[in-house]
Design a protein around this ligand. Structure first.
Ligand code: GAP
Length: 730
């Protein structure tokens, strides 16, 4: 059985040198990780396996290695500067931050329905319906994505003071078309007439400050009626119901003005959007987009952000390697004289200032990608029998699925999932994710996305793109580019911009996936029955002890005052009792469970039980990483049976030196043979070679297989060949 919890992988990684927290001497840096000796080997092997599958085993793909920093215009025209962002919202009460889409997805269908209806009513009233319709549509049914975009994109425009642009009367009798709020006076109820209707003579009637109540009184009854009706539409935004009395209307105007940058947050608060995992309504900030690209500057720049000078030198750390490939499409085409279809592959670092990094190396801010852009003919230029974009897409989804399986991922933990329309990136016509079933609460997570990017990117970076294509792709004409990234089809005698199918996998995420899949704990020795019985008795005592704590906690009526959480205690008791009934098979599960439940309420019993479980596990259970030989950081470990026998040491060292010509082989004599085997099992070394006394007589060594633990004698002469065969290194 593969890993049951990500903690098992985190702990192994640290213990054995796969992955360490970055900048640890200074307390680390949010979600940056360093790969240690074994992690560096594993990463290299993952990338090699991908590179070979793409560029060695196929004859239609070339590789590139592009610069991380590119001209800012690349990211402007690719759409990343405008849209590569996550919508965020804060709960001002709990100070917790959420991705708006995640937050909305956790709400009830009824709440979403009401929120969408209100948002549509407000956009209608603020005469924004047409622009909203053009950019995000106007759905008849509840659409989570629409609500999210509506709140983020149109939130600021929902301010009810927009109605004031209808012209009104200066308290001294003149007519004006704009009022300038200056909410500095008592209760913020003051305004300044700043912009006047044409013909206004400022020397005769200077601009002045007025109490807004006087301004309201100066308006006609019809006008006040209009305001009143208008504000009646906006209860959440003015924090109450208006009346037609001038004082109340004035208060509405001032409140609405103050709230103008918070309208979307107020709506969410008004509709009692709750914090996930609780039933508590939040006090929500205005949701806003947060661009995920890290910025830097080329050259010494001290200009203020957003100024012309700053923008001219601004660069982004690439958030995907793909754009480097698009930039080099013509270079590769011309230098390699390729014909469609063909692909360009790249492996390299990518950076995203993720809002919610975590789950160890699953989502980090610096990671590595393995991306292929596979260029194909556009649908209108296909000849009979040639594959359509949809067929290529399906073919790549299958090919990539097979790659993961070929490296040891079990089909029960790998699935293909077509993205919903609302999930698609701005460039994609369709995307199918390959998802792996990660252990614990992480569950199904994307390890690779295969996208049909159509001709979006090459068109976005091209100078001359037909008007109809720009319209279809929702692109502006590119006046910055000096080239057109097109292809001359000698058979069709036509130039066109190719389409692209993109399989994009994370190398760092892949390494984590393979570690989770490979991790196994196996009972190698039956624990003594008496010790198992003693353990069961201790577990019973712990469960009873927890019962007392639970009852004490329940006596306290106010949950906030409780020292212990009775629900958590019950869950712990149930899990422990169930696992105890399956001892000794569940020995390691109990070990993990004790770590998972090491919360305050269970600390004492956990402290008592853990060393005993650990001791039994150490004697009877082996941790083994069943990594595919191609991925294993160390391929062979060579030991002398006794380190104080120079004849054995000599042969073992010579053997390991010879094996190093074609694979990563190590020599070790730092412990007894049993311990050495265990250490190598734990890091996934497929083969161990032992030189013993018999070797001196028959020139044969013992080769032990990691997974079966079978041992065979092989002659020294045959050893390199046999090792190559077993490691599939042909
Ligand atoms: N060029 C397309 C693209 O970048 P993506 O789905 O955003 O698409 C592709 O990323 C892959 O990169 C993902 O399937 C995942 O394996 C990996 N990836 C993305 N963001 C990551 C992060 N923050 N940390 C680790 N891996 C990440």
């Amino acid at each position: 059985m593969p890993a049951r919890s990500l903690d098992q992988i985190v702990s192994l990684s640290k213990r054995r040198g796969f992955v360490f927290p970055g900048s640890a001497a200074y307390g680390g840096l949010g979600s940056f990780w360093d790969y240690g000796p074994l992690g560096a080997e594993l990463m290299r092997n993952v990338k090699d396996a991908w590179w070979k599958a793409m560029t060695w085993e196929r004859d239609d793909i070339e590789g590139v290695d592009c610069a991380i920093l590119m001209n800012r215009k690349v990211w402007q025209h690719s759409g990343h500067e405008a849209t590569f962002s996550d919508p965020l919202v804060d709960n001002k009460k709990t100070k917790k931050r959420y991705r708006l889409d995640h937050l909305l997805a956790a709400q009830s269908p009824q709440l979403l329905k009401e929120l969408q209806a209100m948002l549509q009513r407000l956009l209608n009233a603020a005469t924004l319906r047409e622009s909203a319709q053009a950019s995000i549509g106007w759905p008849d049914t509840v659409d989570l994505n629409w609500i999210m975009t509506g709140l983020v994109e149109y939130g600021h425009f929902l301010e009810p003071t927009a109605v004031l642009s209808m012209g009104y009367r200066h308290p001294e009798g003149h007519e004006f078309n704009m009022m300038h709020f200056k909410p500095t006076g008592k209760d913020g109820l003051r305004v300044e007439f700043a912009v006047a209707r044409s013909g206004y003579d400022q020397t005769k009637t200077p601009l002045g400050e007025y109490d807004i109540v006087d301004v309201v009184r100066a308006q006609s009854p019809e006008w006040r009626e209009k305001w009143y009706r208008h504000f009646s539409e906006y209860p959440p935004l003015i924090a109450g119901r208006p009346s037609s009395k001038p004082e109340d209307l004035a208060l509405c105007i001032a409140t609405a003005y103050r709230n103008r940058w918070h309208a979307a947050g107020l709506l969410m608060t008004h509709f009692c959007v709750t914090e996930p995992g609780t039933n508590e309504a939040g006090d929500w900030s205005q949701p806003r987009r947060f661009n995920l690209m890290f910025q830097s500057h080329v050259g010494p720049v001290e200009a203020a952000p957003g100024t012309e000078e700053e923008l001219a030198s601004r660069v982004y750390l690439r958030p995907e390697t793909a754009q480097g490939i698009f930039m080099n499409f013509k270079n590769v085409l011309d230098s390699s004289r390729r014909k469609l279809p063909f692909g360009i592959a790249q492996i390299g670092k990518a950076f995203r200032n993720e809002i919610t990094p975590g789950n160890f190396t699953f989502r980090t801010r610096e990671f590595e990608q393995m991306e292929l852009e596979f260029f194909i003919k556009p649908p209108q230029f296909l000849r009979e029998g040639e594959k359509t974009d949809e067929q290529w897409h399906a073919e790549w989804v299958d090919a990539r699925y097979r790659w993961w399986i070929s490296l040891g991922i079990d089909t029960s933990r790998l699935r293909k999932r077509a993205q919903d329309k609302s999930e698609l990136a701005h460039y994609a016509k369709a995307t199918t994710d390959l998802e792996y079933l990660f252990p614990g609460s992480l569950g199904w997570g994307e390890v690779e996305g295969v996208a049909n990017r159509t001709d979006f990117d090459l068109s976005a970076h091209s100078r001359e793109v037909p008007e109809a294509d720009l319209k279809r792709l929702k692109l502006e004409a590119n006046k910055d580019s000096v080239t057109t990234l097109d292809y001359f089809d000698t058979e069709a005698k036509a130039r066109y911009i190719p389409w692209v199918i993109e399989p994009s996998a994370g190398a760092t995420r892949a390494a984590l996936t393979f570690l989770c899949e490979a991790y196994h704990e196996e009972m190698v020795k039956e624990p003594p029955q008496a010790e198992i019985e003693a353990l069961k008795t201790e577990i019973d005592a712990v469960i009873k002890n927890a019962d007392k704590k639970k009852k004490d906690a329940e006596k306290e009526k106010d949950p906030a005052q409780r020292k212990h959480d009775p629900v958590a205690i019950s869950a712990f008791q149930a899990a422990l009792a169930e696992a105890a009934s399956r001892l000794p098979a569940s020995l390691m599960e109990i070990d993990t469970m004790l770590e998972d439940h090491a919360g305050a309420q269970n600390l004492e019993p956990v402290k008592k039980l853990k060393p005993k479980v650990n001791k039994l596990a150490e004697d009877c259970v082996r941790v083994v990483l069943k990594l595919h030989p191609k991925l294993a950081p160390v391929k062979v470990a060579v030991f002398p049976l006794a380190r104080n026998k120079p004849e054995l040491v000599d042969i073992a060292q010579r053997v390991s030196r010879e094996l190093r010509h074609f694979c990563k082989a190590i020599y070790d004599d730092s412990a007894g043979i049993g311990k050495l085997y265990r250490r190598q099992d734990e890091i996934g070394t497929p083969l161990c070679v032992t030189v013993d006394h018999q070797t001196l007589e028959d020139n044969m060594v013992t080769v032990r297989d990691r997974d079966t633990m079978d041992q065979v004698r092989i002659s020294l002469e045959q050893l390199p060949h046999e090792i190559r065969r077993r490691l599939q290194l042909h």
